[in-house]
Write a protein of this length. Structure first.
Length: 344
């Protein structure tokens, strides 16, 4: 395993992070335990979760992912061996978590206490805002919404609430997710102006079908040291090629849940076919090539992988040992130019 220290922090994270949003939906607690044990044996020290998980979010299962991880931490006694990241949910889409959800002091304090209880720990290493309070482009949306945000909580209030958690020792560092360049720079400026904790990471989607992070956020990562925790590096598993030609493997996420259509556009499918063909031409597993591409980006601190079985997990972790040549990277770039960012 390779490790990387997040700038402006003491967190030395594995280049592969174990994503857990299947725990409690597609994976049972026993399967979650097996994945966690296997990942740690292979050198993974970074675990990412969220109060909203598992996905798809439902009132009946909300919080069970953190509960499974907490039970594993208690049973294994390995809390000091892992860097644990979780997220507070923003408003909209998940009103079953709390009433009157906002990213204000009340909600953030309630959220951290509930997460700590489920995770059976006294502190979180990296506490992230899952998505912004304000209306903006998130989760693949285009057409920026020009609206009056009179009901939004000010960013400084959100940061002050997160600062409370750091002072109380419940959180070591803070980060954001599904954020924009404006949001990241605004938070950095507010933190400096008001002497508040600095965000140390951003967790956004990044993969061969969606490289929109590079447009504005990659420069911020380089110049401000807010590096990417890349989620959906396989585009919901599409880049493995398993969904090509209309295939829907039993038990796969996009077979089970119709809501995951983001990477099934005509251009996305055509690009996937090209990437899968290129990988096979070079005797590479398509999934491992796609992950190795993300691993090698200079702005990526860690790649968040997810799996529903140990075979997938092993292959995904092994991608850290694959180094794509300059020639292959040029061929990947050529496909990316032909199918320019098909699924932002």
């Amino acid at each position: 395993m390779k490790y990387h220290q997040l700038p402006h922090s003491s967190l030395e994270v594995s280049k592969i992070c174990l994503g857990t949003m299947t725990f409690g939906e597609q994976n049972s607690q026993a399967e979650a335990f097996n994945q966690l044990d296997f990942a740690l044996e292979r050198g993974v020290n970074f675990i990412d979760t969220a109060e909203m998980y598992p996905v798809p979010p439902k009132p009946e299962t909300q919080g069970s992912t953190e509960t499974h991880i907490g039970n594993w931490l208690e049973k294994s006694g390995k809390r000091d061996k892992v860097i644990l990241a979780t997220k507070v949910a923003g408003p909209r889409n998940v009103p079953h978590i709390r009433d009157e959800m906002k990213l204000d002091r009340r909600n953030i304090h309630l959220a951290i206490d509930d997460s700590l209880k489920r995770l059976k720990t006294d502190y979180i290493d990296l506490y992230q805002i899952h998505w912004p309070q304000r209306k903006t482009n998130t989760f693949g949306q285009l057409n920026y919404p020009y609206t009056n945000d009179h009901d939004d909580v000010a960013l400084v209030e959100t940061l002050e609430a997160m600062a409370d958690l750091v002072k109380l020792g419940k959180v070591r560092y803070i980060g954001v997710s599904n954020e924009t360049p404006w949001g990241v720079m605004s938070m950095l400026k507010l933190a400096e102006k008001h002497d508040l904790p600095r965000i140390v990471s951003i967790q956004n989607p990044y993969n061969l079908l969606n490289q929109s992070f590079e447009v504005g956020l990659s420069e911020i990562s380089q110049r401000e040291g807010v590096e990417l925790l890349a989620y959906s590096p396989l585009a919901f598993g599409c880049l493995s090629g398993k969904y090509l030609n209309g295939q829907r493997p039993p038990g796969a996420r996009c077979s089970l849940f119709e809501r995951f259509v983001r990477y099934f556009t005509p251009q996305g499918i055509a690009a996937t076919e090209a990437y899968v063909h290129l990988a096979k031409k070079h005797q590479l597993d398509p999934s491992q090539m796609a992950l190795a591409f993300v691993n090698q980006r200079p702005f990526v601190a860690s790649t968040i992988i997810g799996a529903t079985n140990i075979r997938q997990l092993e292959a995904n972790i092994e991608s850290v040992d694959i180094e794509l040549s300059d020639g292959l990277l040029r061929q990947i770039q050529a496909i990316g130019s032909t199918y320019s960012n098909p699924c932002p």
